[in-house]
Design a protein around this ligand. Structure first.
Ligand code: NAX
Length: 327
């Protein structure tokens, strides 16, 4: 039998955690042959709630679930971890400036990066979901100098999936007919969902939709979908965010399908003019357990401007956390 994989989930008692843990334990994160051990990290006030979730996990009697540890201690949470899903974060509250938000999250992601550095398994893979996800990932990565930088990623898969679904609705095709969707840049309102390389029925998606729809409907609908969910549900995306986290890690470990790619925020190697080191979303394939940026795509003036704007925002966030001594 395969050895169990240690999966750490931070913010385990939150709403994404509640949607995520059962899917991990059922085998959807790593595949149906891989047993998992869960480590749930929470702040002290929420440990009891995490214990409640753990009781429900036990009550599912998942054959692949080989153990659950619950802790508020970073060293224990990341001890030997192979996959770390960093979901817990400090949300922006009314009147909070960006600097305050980055500072508060630095207080979370800096020590978590250190704990991953000191305690995680050699093959650790990190996905940051908690916002501002890209910059939180950068903070964690910068504080884990012994872990290869490429193991730190941030989630734009939810944006990617939202873009697939919006396009499928527009073109009246199943999502499975769409290939090569791309989200560029930051997981924020500046993100750029790119249809110029997306293929549907043997043609690019961009040539099958009106330019106005692409510019004035598609891009803002994808970028503002999170706010629309909050407006409708009275709570932020949870099950869809958990689903995207599952997709991201599954593809990272198992590879992306031939002839297609996906989107993930990974440390830039300078490709497409994105400054080296920024954790920015790219078109990516996964091969042999590593993300690779899809090379050689032609970027027209429209796309260039959109990518540059989102990357400029990431560079500003990086400069701000540098100034705060977080990276
Ligand atoms: P919740 O507020 O329901 O849960 C967050 C949990 O994190 C809480 O239980 C809290 O106690 C815990 N937590 C806080 N600080 C912690 C720390 N230092 N260590 C461990 N746990 C800690 O939020 P939820 O709806 O689950 O969302 C979690 C994060 O995901 C938020 O930052 C949210 O903005 C972000 N999202 C990111 C998305 C993405 O696409 N990248 C989409 C969905 C979501 O908005």
């Amino acid at each position: 039998a395969k050895a169990p994989v240690n999966v750490t989930v931070t913010g385990a008692a939150g709403q994404i955690g509640y949607a995520l843990l059962f899917r991990i334990a059922s085998g959807q994160l790593l595949g149906p042959d891989t047993p998992v051990k869960l480590r749930l990290l929470e702040i002290p006030q929420a440990v009891k709630a995490a214990e409640g979730t753990a009781m429900e996990l036990e009550d599912c009697a998942f054959p692949l679930l080989q153990g659950i540890d619950i802790t508020d201690d970073l060293a224990k949470a990341f001890d030997g971890t192979n996959v770390a899903l960093l979901v817990g974060a400090r949300p922006r509250t009314k009147g909070m400036e960006r600097g305050d938000l980055l500072q508060a999250n630095g207080g979370i992601f800096k020590p978590q990066g250190r704990a991953i550095n000191d305690h995680a398994a050699d093959d650790v893979r990190v996905l940051v979901v908690g916002n501002p996800a890209n910059t939180n990932a950068l903070i964690a990565q910068a504080n884990a100098p012994d872990v290869p930088a490429e193991r730190f990623t941030a989630m734009t898969r939810l944006d990617h999936n939202r873009a697939l679904s919006q396009l499928a609705g527009k073109l009246q095709v199943p999502v499975s007919e769409i290939r090569k969707m791309t989200i560029w840049g930051n997981h924020s309102a500046t993100q750029y969902p790119d249809l110029f390389h997306t293929e549907v029925n043997g043609k690019t998606a961009a040539e099958q939709v009106e330019q106005e729809w692409l510019r004035d409907t598609f891009i803002p609908t994808v970028a503002k979908r999170g706010a629309a969910i909050i407006e409708a549900r009275g709570a932020s995306s949870a099950a869809s965010a958990a689903n995207a986290a599952i997709d991201h890690v599954f593809d990272w470990v198992n590879g992306t399908p031939e002839g297609d790619w996906t989107s993930a925020a990974i440390p830039s190697d300078g490709s497409y003019g994105v400054p080296e080191g920024l954790i920015s979303s790219f078109p990516v394939v996964s091969r042999d357990g590593r993300w690779e940026i899809v090379q050689g795509l032609e970027i027209d003036a429209f796309s260039r401007e959109k990518i540059d704007a989102s990357v400029a925002e990431l560079a500003e966030e990086r400069d701000a956390v540098k100034e705060l001594g977080l990276v």
